[in-house]
Write a protein that binds this ligand. Sequence first.
Ligand SMILES: Cc1cc2nc3c(=O)[nH]c(=O)nc-3n(C[C@H](O)[C@H](O)[C@H](O)COP(=O)(O)O)c2cc1C
Length: 466
Amino acid sequence: MNAEPTEPTQLVVGLYEQASVGCGGAPGLWTHPADDRVMVNSLDRWRNVATTAEEAGLHALFLADVLGLYDVYEGSLDAAVGEAVEAPANDPFAYVPALAEVARRLAFVVTASTTYEHPFSLARRFATLDHLTDGRIGWNVVTSYLESAARNFGLDGQLAHGDRYARADEFLEVVYRLLEGSWADDAVVADKSVPVWARPGSVRPVHFEGEHFRVHGPALTSPSPQRTPVLFQAGWSPRGREFGARHGEVLLLPKSDPAEIRAGLDDTRARAAALGRVPGDVRALALARVVVGRTAAEAQAKLEDLQSTYRLRAQLVSYSGDTGIDIARYADDEPLTTTTNGLTSYVVRGDGDRPLTAGDVKRRFASVARGGDLFFVGTPDEVAEAMSRHAGAAGLDGYLLNPLLSPGTLDDFAELVVPALAARGAFDPTPKEGTLRARLRADGRDRLPADFPGARHRFGLEASAG
Ligand SMILES: Cc1cc2nc3c(=O)[nH]c(=O)nc-3n(C[C@H](O)[C@H](O)[C@H](O)COP(=O)(O)O)c2cc1C
């Protein structure tokens, strides 16, 4: 792997959002007077977000999702709904067709869980969206981490971490067979004169029998522009990286330190190469928070304004939900456990062997800038310079912009940072065209490359394994 820092020529930038009131860069900021996330149930708010993102040249609108409430803090859901931490959680799929109609070039990345969905129905839903948007669809593949979600789907508790990934591998296998393998590329002729819509023999069952799924097939949908949606993935654990190396086209990083990111990416890209993939096909974006002002003083004033609205309690609800560790149960001088079946990579750890106390973690979260998170503050030129430098040092392709305020963070980014990045040749500000995969790949292809493990299931190729 290339260990030398390189300047990326053009950054990929997506907008991170969630069909929720309390999501994004800092819990509690939905209470800011300029924030409109309380309008989560109104399409007007979302049309504005989508069109601004499109006109600023962003590559995609990313929609995060959870399937349960953040009920870990104080062992209750009251704080989560009171503080609107990842609550409510509307279905992100429902927003896409409406927004794709007003933002006709913007792409959409929708989060869906391999632990609680079924591959047959999910493949159908993604293929339908891929058709309706002319291929502007990605899938953030998640295995989920909330005990509350497990209880919503009939389980007493979550599957173990490794079992979630094993199910996810099989889930993807089913999706590839359905979307890549059950319809020939030229199956649909739609000839009214014969009449024949799809050629006999060009649509076939998949006969999948695995440990978790039995799916006869074929897919109910005809071949869509991208077939498989662009696969986003954020595993950071060794098992998660193995999964990302096999299936990930765009990795999402939960880290900020460029050396740490580069080491993690080098590891995943080496695993991808060992699976026969081109390592450069594994692209990577980090979640970034941005506060920008026309002057350094204005940026600082914005930061202070955010700090005055920031709510530490909401952050602690968020941390407890993410990690499954109820920080409210600990005295400030008590060491916090780091053992969890939740998001282990989000657990704040001390330097060396000394475990952090609950008080240490609270101090870490006292600032809206939350020590350790990727946070760019400054003038447009300072932010553009810092983003380019960080991406080059970390081996990143770009960022998911994580709103502190919505739509304010996006508005500021579009107005101030996009022109500064464009002036440096680090971002193309024109609205993107074509399928999502084509806009992310140097070769402009709509479909999975032939060396991708999922591509071997294509109709007409011998399915050699699995
Ligand atoms: C930018 C980013 C976005 C994520 N979005 C979601 C999400 O919407 N829903 C979800 O359940 N998990 C989400 N995750 C969590 C990941 O899917 C994954 O569980 C996490 O990074 C831990 O992976 P690991 O256990 O392999 O370390 C996200 C992670 C990152 C870094």
